[in-house]
Design a protein around this ligand. Structure first.
Ligand code: ADP
Ligand code: MG
Length: 396
C-alpha cells in the first residue's frame, strides 16, 4: 500500500469497534467492558475526568496495549495481536513529540520516509499538507524555532500526511492558549469535513467535546456512561454523572427526600402567574423534594413519575439557566460568589447542607451581593429526575 496515492481529499477512513473491552493494569481496572462502535468518517469525542480510561482506549486501538478481554476491530478486521505498525492509525498527542533535531519538513516527512515513499511524492505531499495547515513557510525551521500552536500543526501535518485509516488524538489542544485553542478547534472540524477521516478525539474539556464531536462518548471510572450527539447528551443525559459533567456551568444535581405537598407546606399566599413557571401550587405540584433549607416542588408528570415508582428520595437535575433568585423561591441559600462573564453572570450559592448551586442570569438582571441570603426557585418544566440508587435518568 503506498501512502502517496491520491491527494489529501481522498478519504481512506475505516470504522473502529470495541466489543466488551476490559483492560486491567495489575489490580487497576482501567476499562470495564467497553463497547463502542465508531462508523467510518465519524468524529467521535471521548470525554471524561482524568483517569477515566480515555488514553487507554486510544492506546488499545493503536496497539500500544492489548485488551485483557474483548475485541478491537478496525474496518471489520480484528486487531487483537496485530502489530501497531500494521494497524494504519496515526496518533497525535498533547506533547507534540516532534524530533527536535529535525526540520519541520523532515518531521512531517518522517512517516513517508519510513515507508520508502520516493522524494518527489514526499515533496508533493508535504507541500499539500503544509499549505492546508498554513505552515508552508516554516518547513526549514527546527521545532524550537516555532510557536506552540505551530508545533501542534506540525504534529497534525505529520499525522495527516500518512492518510491513516483512523486518527487518534489525545488532548491535542490542551497545551495551547485559550484563543489558539478556539482557532484550532475550528480548523480541526474543517479538516475533518474535508478529509472525511475517522477521528477518535480525547478531551476532558466538555466545551471542546460539545463543539467538535459528531457524537460524544462520556466515560467515568472506565465505564461508558452515554454515547450520543452533543444535543442529546445535553438535553437528555443518561444519568446524573453525565448531567453534572455537561454544560457550562454544568447541571446542578440535588438529592432530596420525596415529601407530599400538604396545606402546611404549600405557599400561604395566593398563587401568582410566576408560580406557574416555578412549579408552585397552581402548576399542580403533588410532591416536593425536601432538603435542608426548603424544597423543590415537582409539577404533574414529574410528581407522577416519582409517586408511581414509590421513590422515597430522588435526585433532581436543574441547569443553571433554570434557577432564579426569587424572593418567593422555595429553597434558602447564601450567595458565595458572583462571576461576571460580560454577557451573563453566574451566581454561586451555597445551600444549608453545604452544597453549591449555580444560577445563570442575564447581565441585565439584578444580582445579589456576596454573602446575601436569598431564595431560589426552579423552572418546573425544565427539571430532570434521576433514580436515587443507580442515578439513571427517569424518563417522564
Ligand atoms: N501503564 C499503566 N500502568 C498502570 N496503570 C495504568 C497504566 N495506564 C493507565 N493506568 C491507569 O488506568 C486508568 C486510566 O488511565 P488513562 O487511560 O490514562 O486515563 P485518562 O486518559 O482518562 O486520564 C488510571 O487509573 C491510570 O492510573
Ligand atoms: Mg489521558
Amino acid at each position: 500500500m503506498s501512502a502517496g496515492e491520491g491527494g489529501l481529499d481522498v478519504p481512506r477512513a475505516a470504522g473502529v469497534e470495541l466489543e466488551g473491552v476490559t483492560k486491567s493494569f495489575g489490580p487497576n481496572l482501567a476499562l470495564d467492558g467497553l463497547s463502542l462502535d465508531v462508523p467510518a468518517g465519524e468524529f467521535l469525542v471521548l470525554l471524561g475526568p482524568s483517569g477515566c480510561g480515555k488514553t487507554t482506549v486510544l492506546r488499545l486501538v493503536a496497539g500500544l496495549e492489548e485488551p485483557t478481554r474483548g475485541v478491537v476491530r478496525i474496518g471489520d478486521q480484528v486487531m487483537n495481536g496485530v502489530d501497531p505498525k500494521e494497524r494504519d492509525v496515526a496518533m497525535v498527542f498533547q506533547s507534540y513529540a516532534l524530533y527536535p533535531h529535525l526540520s519541520v519538513r523532515r518531521n512531517i516527512e518522517f512517516p513517508l520516509r519510513s515507508r520508502h515513499v520516493d522524494a518527489r511524492e514526499r515533496m508533493r505531499l508535504v507541500a499539500e499538507v503544509s499549505s492546508a495547515l498554513q505552515i508552508g513557510s516554516l518547513l526549514d525551521r527546527k521545532p524550537a524555532e516555532i510557536s506552540g500552536g505551530q508545533r501542534q500543526r506540525v504534529a497534525l501535518a505529520r499525522a495527516i500526511v500518512r492518510r491513516p485509516r483512523v486518527f487518534l488524538m489525545d488532548e491535542p489542544l490542551s497545551n495551547l492558549d485559550a484563543q489558539l485553542r478556539v482557532e484550532m478547534r475550528a480548523e480541526l472540524v474543517e479538516l475533518h469535513q474535508r478529509l472525511g477521516s475517522t477521528i477518535l478525539y480525547v478531551t476532558h474539556d466538555q466545551v471542546e467535546a460539545m463543539t467538535m464531536g459528531d457524537r460524544i462518548a462520556i466515560m467515568n471510572h472506565g465505564v461508558l456512561q452515554q454515547v450520543d450527539t452533543p444535543e442529546k447528551v445535553h438535553d437528555r443525559p443518561a444519568n446524573a454523572f453525565v448531567a453534572g459533567f455537561i454544560g457550562s456551568p454544568p447541571m446542578n444535581i440535588l438529592a432530596g427526600v420525596v415529601e407530599p405537598v400538604t396545606g402546611d407546606t404549600a405557599p400561604a399566599r395566593s398563587p401568582t402567574p410566576a408560580d406557574r413557571s416555578v412549579g408552585g401550587t397552581d402548576a399542580g405540584a403533588l410532591v416536593s423534594v425536601g432538603m435542608p433549607g426548603g424544597s423543590i416542588p415537582l409539577g404533574g408528570p414529574l410528581a407522577e413519575a416519582v409517586l408511581s415508582r414509590g421513590l422515597a428520595s430522588v435526585i433532581v437535575g436543574v441547569r443553571p439557566e433554570h434557577v432564579s433568585i426569587d424572593p418567593a423561591g422555595s429553597l434558602a441559600a447564601s450567595v458565595t460568589l458572583v462571576e461576571s462573564l460580560g454577557h451573563e453572570r453566574h451566581v454561586v450559592c451555597r445551600l444549608e447542607a453545604g452544597q453549591l448551586v449555580v444560577a445563570r442570569l442575564a447581565a441585565r438582571e439584578a444580582v445579589p451581593r456576596t454573602g446575601e441570603r436569598v431564595s431560589l426557585s426552579f423552572s418546573a418544566e425544565h427539571l430532570q429526575l434521576f433514580e436515587p440508587d443507580t442515578e439513571a435518568r427517569i424518563d417522564v
